[in-house]
Each structure stands twice: as structure tokens, then as C-alpha cells.
Design a binder for this molecule. Structure first.
Ligand SMILES: NC(=O)c1ccc[n+]([C@@H]2O[C@H](COP(=O)([O-])OP(=O)(O)OC[C@H]3O[C@@H](n4cnc5c(N)ncnc54)[C@H](OP(=O)(O)O)[C@@H]3O)[C@@H](O)[C@H]2O)c1
Length: 263
């Protein structure tokens, strides 16, 4: 049997929808079972007693990446330890593109990749690029202007649904993907000017200092401003512009157009 963690999240919902379309049976694990229909199991990475995987051969571990590094790595460690204990054969993990090593949240992903690679489990690592929808949320237009600290930097963003489709494809025949690390970035890099044009707006780059001052007033959790600043810096510095063809190869078609998925 196949199990999906994080099934009520936005990526998890898209994966379960795709698996239903493909008529693949699965168990949906979520820490909020009221949010997901179908064959659902309570699965909370913060409650070890819920991490039960007898009868599960393949586990899609969707990262639960909102938190300090020690929280996230402890969550993922508990899941992998329980999977080893209960005889799971393969874990497919949603990680972060290799180009994202300058992002503040990359450490927990690389830690989890290493933990899996040192485990007795078979594994597949989906190194997901940053979502088109995330780029959209960072570049909202206000009064016809997109203010963002991206300078002329660009992002090889990916529609979340494409990443879900790749995950479902891997889960269809997991053994064929064992021991593989897939770099899932888009075929085209998009910058502030293109986003603004798609919104019928004008792009006005702002400084990182102005952005940090705005985020400091936004009532965010302590770890969030550095996380967002690292995304802006990495795009602006040109670290996330590298494109790739592995996404299209695994999809068996062209990726969805990013500008249509900004949200
Ligand atoms: N590539 C990118 O651009 C990007 C952007 C943002 C985030 N991410 C990462 O990708 C993951 C999926 O993205 P998304 O868009 O689906 O995020 P999302 O809609 O915000 O969903 C959050 C995810 O975290 C899971 N989660 C939270 N607390 C949990 C807990 N205690 N135990 C188990 N799972 C828990 C949720 O699962 P349930 O509520 O169903 O249990 C859900 O799958 C995120 O969690 C984050 O690690 C990637």
C-alpha cells in the first residue's frame, strides 16, 4: 500500500487528486483528518504515536517545512525512524532544488536527504523548485505596481501541480526511481518585469532593507522574515535562475506555464 503524508496541504491535495485520476489506491495521512476525505489516517509528525506504517510499502514524505530547523529535522527524523521500524520499503521525499542551498530553509532539506540516504530504506528525492504560486505571493501588485527586491534576478519557478504530477508518476512505479535525485526546476526563468507585465502592472525593484523593514511590521513568526529575505536575495543574486529539462522528461509533456499559475 502507498501512503501520502501531509495530504491536506496544497501539494498533498494535488498529489491525492492525481492518484485518484490514475486509479492508484493510497492512504491519505494528515495531522488534520477533518480536511481530507477518502481513506484517511491521523498522522502528526509531532505525535510519534500516530506514526504507524505497518502494511505501507511506499511512503510519500511531504516536507513539513514551516518551523525552525530543529523542529523540522526532528519531525522528519521521527517519520523515517518509524518507516524503518515498520518495514516500509521506499520513501519518496519532497525536497528543495540544489540551487536553493542559499535559502535559509535548505538545511532541513539537506539533513533529511542525508538521513534517508544513510537509512536502510530505498529512497527517491524530488528536489522541487520554488512554486510559481510562491513567486506570485512575493510579487503582488498594489495600485498597478509590483514592488519587490528582485532587481533583475529571475526564478525558474514551477507550477505546484506539475510537482504533484511528477510525485504521482514516481509513486506509480517507485522501484524504477529508487536511488534517484530529481532536479525539478522550470524550463524558463521569470523575473519581476515579466510578472508585472502578466499582472498588467509596472515593476519597481525595491531594496532588501526596505523589504526587511516591511516584513518586521507584518506580525510574522520569528523564522519567517529570514526565510523570505533569503528567497528574495537568492533570486536577486541570480542563484535560482538555472533552468532544467528533468521536469518535462518526468511529466512526459511541457510544464504548465508559470505566469498562468502566479495565483
Ligand atoms: N517549493 C516551494 O516553493 C515550497 C514553498 C512552500 C513550502 N514548501 C514545502 O513543501 C511542503 C508542501 O507545500 P504545500 O504548498 O503543500 O504547503 P502547505 O499547503 O502550507 O501545507 C503544509 C504542509 O505541512 C504539513 N504539516 C504541517 N504540520 C504537520 C505536522 N505536524 N505533521 C505532519 N505534517 C504537517 C501539512 O500536512 P497536513 O496538514 O495534511 O498534516 C501540509 O502538507 C511545505 O510543507 C514546505 O515544506 C515548498
Amino acid at each position: 500500500m502507498l501512503m501520502i503524508t501531509g495530504a491536506s496541504g496544497q501539494l498533498g491535495r494535488l498529489v491525492t487528486t492525481r492518484l485518484q485520476e490514475l486509479a492508484v489506491p493510497f492512504v491519505a495521512g494528515t495531522h488534520d483528518p477533518t480536511q481530507v476525505g477518502g481513506h484517511t489516517r491521523h498522522l502528526d509528525f509531532d505525535r510519534p504515536e500516530t506514526l504507524q506504517f505497518p502494511g505501507i510499502r511506499t511512503l510519500l514524505l511531504i516536507s513539513a517545512g514551516y518551523g525552525e530547523d530543529d523542529v523540522v529535522t526532528a519531525r522528519h527524523d521521527r517519520v523515517i525512524t518509524a518507516a524503518e521500524r515498520d518495514g516500509v520499503e521506499q520513501v519518496v521525499y519532497t525536497s528543495l532544488t540544489g540551487a536553493g542551498d542559499h535559502l535559509s530553509f535548505s538545511l532541513a532539506h539537506r539533513w533529511t536527504e542525508r538521513r534517508l540516504q544513510r537509512s536502510r530504506l530505498a529512497w527517491t528525492i524530488l528536489r522541487n523548485g520554488l512554486y510559481a504560486e510562491l513567486l506570485g505571493s512575493l510579487t503582488l501588485a498594489e495600485d498597478g505596481v509590483v514592488h519587490a527586491p528582485l532587481s533583475e534576478g529571475k526564478l525558474a519557478a514551477v507550477a505546484r501541480a506539475d510537482l504533484a504530477d511528477v510525485a504521482a508518476e514516481v509513486l506509480l512505479r517507485p522501484a524504477e526511481h529508487a536511488g534517484k535525485v530529481y532536479e525539478l526546476v522550470g524550463p524558463q526563468a521569470i523575473g519581476g518585469a515579466a510578472v508585472a507585465e502578466a499582472r498588467g502592472a509596472e515593476y519597481r525593484p525595491v531594496s532588501l532593507a526596505e523589504t526587511r523593514a516591511r516584513l518586521d511590521q507584518a506580525g510574522l513568526l520569528p523564522f519567517q522574515p529570514p526565510m523570505l529575505m533569503s528567497i528574495y536575495s537568492s533570486i536577486s543574486g541570480g542563484f535560482l535562475a538555472g533552468t532544467g529539462s528533468e521536469l518535462a522528461r518526468l511529466l512526459g509533456r511541457s510544464p504548465r506555464p508559470v505566469l498562468a499559475h502566479l495565483g
